[in-house]
Design a protein around this ligand. Structure first.
Ligand SMILES: Nc1nc2c(ncn2[C@@H]2O[C@H](COP(=O)(O)OP(=O)(O)O)[C@@H](O)[C@H]2O)c(=O)[nH]1
Ligand SMILES: [Mg+2]
Ligand SMILES: [Zn+2]
Length: 366
């Protein structure tokens, strides 16, 4: 291609590979679009004509379920637009170039898929209390597995004396993964990050809540695209004020997916991570539990359960509650596995010690 300016969709990553798989679909009058957010079974997409909300036809939903496939932010899809262009229907998910998934814990659930068609996975850690080379390593495994290039961002470098020391530890434990110490607040090191993406490329932020992903997005964009935690606390309206959009186009830089749902789920989610990810659900359950008939109610169908009533009334989101329970089971499962592993290690250690002392005795005997 010569120096034609990029079309909108090309800025969003549209290329000849997607075009090839789309060509036969264009004949049906369908148009291509990229999912930039989804909520309550509706997809917000960007198309050559601008943003378009798409619905999922029942038949499509059923066939996705049957085939065990799902959509996620970053997917390219074929859309059948309504006559009046006020929306459309998703008709096909185009084959993905890459897909970031959480580690499979068995069973093909729809929440396994985190982001699609990404070039770079930015593993974001905070140099406050969030630094953990082992965790970076596990996240890098997920990233490599997705087909994208992992990059570690050590944010909040303004808070430590010697960022280089942290950089070296990651470089030692995660070979082949570039490491960037930055500060989203002072801007330190963020210029170096700009070289990673380019127009048409997509990165995704992965990392615990509070490490500064949204702040970094805003710093890179030079605009407040995403509300940050401090802002959210200040405006007193809680998490509901965050924008729905998850995939952001930063002119001249590329696209970045900043999704509250992508922390590090499926790695070693701990109780704390679970509670912070679902603080809204946890708070609501806690408040509701006071009205349950039984003080030791497990909210699993007991009579007079306020949580069940809230779910039935739609006061508590069924979808969110279910994903909370699912992750909670995962946490419990991971914890029990970890216990087993520690137990085995302990047993092996004692066996080794016993063997060693037998050998010592033998040697002494000779
Ligand atoms: N000192 C310092 N604080 C930061 C930096 N980046 C973000 N923060 C703060 O960390 C908190 C969480 O940031 P946020 O972007 O909401 O984190 P997210 O949950 O990963 O999106 C906010 O209070 C930010 O101001 C940084 O580079 N240095
Ligand atoms: Mg955020
Ligand atoms: Zn209950």
């Amino acid at each position: 291609m010569d120096n034609q300016p990029l079309k909108i969709l090309e800025h969003y990553g549209w290329n000849s590979v997607f075009q090839d798989s789309f060509t036969p679909l264009a004949e049906k009058g369908w148009i291509p679009g990229r999912i930039i957010a989804h909520a309550r079974g509706k997809l917000l997409t960007v198309t050559e004509a601008g943003e378009l909300w798409c619905s999922i036809p029942g038949s499509f939903g059923r066939s996705m379920e049957a085939e065990g496939i799902t959509y996620c932010t970053g997917d390219w899809i074929a859309i059948e637009p309504y006559q009046d262009n006020t929306g459309g229907l998703i008709r096909k998910i185009l084959p993905r170039m890459t897909a970031l998934k959480r580690l499979s814990t068995g069973g093909g659930s729809r929440s396994q898929l985190l982001a699609a068609n990404i070039d770079t996975v930015f593993i974001v850690m905070g140099l406050d209390k969030n630094f953990n080379p082992a965790r970076a390593e596990r996240m890098a495994v997920l990233a490599w597995d997705s087909g994208a290039q992992p990059v570690v961002i050590l944010n909040k470098a303004d808070l430590v004396d010697d960022p280089k020391a942290y950089t070296e530890r990651i470089e030692a434990s995660s070979p082949g993964v570039p490491v960037f110490p930055v500060s989203a607040v002072t801007g330190l090191g963020t210029e170096d990050l700009r070289g990673i993406l380019s127009p048409g490329k997509t990165g995704v932020f992965m990392g615990s809540s509070g490490v500064g992903k949204s702040t970094l997005l805003n710093t890179l964009a030079g605009a407040a695209l995403r509300k940050t935690q401090a802002v959210r606390e200040a405006d007193g309206r809680g998490r509901h004020t965050t924008s729905l959009r998850e995939l952001f186009l930063i002119p001249g830089l590329g696209c970045i997916i900043d999704s509250p749902g992508i922390r590090e789920v499926g790695l070693s989610v701990d109780e704390e991570g679970l509670n912070s990810a679902f603080s809204d659900v946890v708070d609501e359950i806690e408040a509701l539990a006071a009205s349950c008939r039984f003080s030791d109610c497990t909210h699993q169908g007991e009579p007079g359960c306020a949580v069940s009533a809230a779910l039935a009334d739609g006061v508590l989101s069924q979808e969110r509650y279910q994903s909370y329970l699912k992750l909670k089971r995962e946490v419990e499962f991971a914890a029990s596995r970890e216990d087993d592993r520690l137990k085995r290690e302990r047993e092996k250690k004692w066996k080794d010690i016993a063997k060693y002392s037998r050998e010592l005795k033998k040697r002494e005997g000779t």
